[in-house]
Ligand binder design. Structure first.
Ligand SMILES: [Zn+2]
Ligand SMILES: [Zn+2]
Length: 222
């Protein structure tokens, strides 16, 4: 685990064109609903020339029991993705570089494998976004709201403003989705970028990879 300021600065300095091709901060392993083992992800990431990754499984950090986060050949940022609610808005919050032994954080982990896998089960534990963000901060980490275009928020600006008041550090700006569940277009990446700038939020990104071949995991996010 790095110092919070150091890590924030480090993430701030990733250039936009590095996302996806060199940096992917949103990957799922079979510790949740992904297809590859954590070790296979690291091996494929190296083979595909990535310089930095984060495995962000749903509600669990079990992936990190299997890999060496101090790997010398690739920068691995420890991560997790929590399902949570802010009022009527269901959302995913990513925690980066967290101390996974932090008691506050441990309380939010999935108790069963199925709570890391199925959407329908994952919406039930009513973790609040406030509690999740505060636990991530307590664990020395960086809290980032994931793929905001997938949120059913009627007023994205208000939602982000509230998350900022809870301590949100960043917002995923570079991600493959342009539409909610690919059906309804709410907010494109450029709208989200404007919000990131308005609230001085860190801009992060990743492909939300769940499959078995990272070399085909390329998207346009513009
Ligand atoms: Zn997600
Ligand atoms: Zn995800």
């Amino acid at each position: 685990m790095e110092d919070y300021r150091f890590m924030k600065n480090f993430l701030e300095n990733i250039s936009e064109d590095e996302f996806f091709s060199k940096v992917n901060l949103h990957l799922h392993s079979c510790a949740s609903d992904g297809m590859l083992s954590p070790k296979e992800i690291v091996a494929q990431a190296k083979a595909n020339g990535l310089r930095m990754i984060s495995i962000t499984d749903h509600n669990t950090m079990m992936a990190y029991d299997e890999i060496d986060p101090e790997d010398k050949d690739i920068k691995i940022v420890k991560g997790i993705e929590f399902d949570c609610w802010d009022g009527y808005v269901f959302m995913h919050i990513l925690g980066y570089d967290v101390d996974f032994e932090c008691e506050e954080l441990k309380k939010l982990y999935a108790h069963h494998k199925c709570s890391t896998e199925y959407d329908i089960i994952r919406i039930f534990p009513k973790r609040s976004a406030k509690r999740v963000i505060q636990a991530i901060k307590k664990a020395g980490g960086i809290a980032v709201v994931a793929h905001p275009c997938c949120m059913w928020s009627l007023n994205m600006d208000n939602t982000i403003k509230r998350l900022v008041s809870y301590g949100l550090d960043g917002i995923e700006v570079y991600y493959p989705y342009r539409r909610h569940r690919r059906i309804i277009k709410f907010y494109g990446c450029s709208d989200i970028k404007k919000l990131a700038e308005k609230y001085s939020l860190l801009k992060t990104g990743g492909t939300d990879f769940h499959k078995d071949d990272l070399s085909h995991d390329t998207f346009n996010f513009v």
